[in-house]
Design a protein around this ligand. Sequence first.
Ligand code: HEC
Length: 126
Amino acid sequence: MSYIKRIGLFGIVLTLLWWPAAFAAEEVSFNNDVFPILELRCLECHQPGKKGYEESGLDLRTYESLMKGTKHGPIVVPRSAFTSNLVVVIDHRADAAIRMPHEGKRLSKCERLLVRFWINQGARNN
Ligand code: HEC
């Protein structure tokens, strides 16, 4: 009971409120989680000299080039995965011609969730 006296009831309520947040907020890393997916599934076309880059201007070799986007502009809207074109094309919500990977197998649900979480956590170079 002395523990309760020391931090007070208010302290306990605060601790309990923060508990779920502490576990839910496991951070997704660009370098460890997201980039390996792009490297494996997208880079063969999205770098200079390859079809995806030549047609769309999207270079996926680095964080900076991903954030620059296509010739039409950014495809990642930090904290808004649903409106990010990157997610639209990998979720196949786009026109068949721009479903990615182009004419390839869709990314797994797990891979797509990682991309979404990373964007909603701020799309940082972490
Ligand atoms: C087999 C080659 C190939 C692969 C693999 C590929 N792409 Fe593409 N990508 C293309 C081509 C070609 C275009 C241009 C399509 C067009 O504009 O009609 C394109 C266009 C795009 C665009 C722009 C769409 C728009 O709005 O016009 C995005 C975003 C994109 N790709 C993301 C990705 C991502 C993310 C991956 C990996 C999950 C990927 N691509 C894998 C070939 C590829």
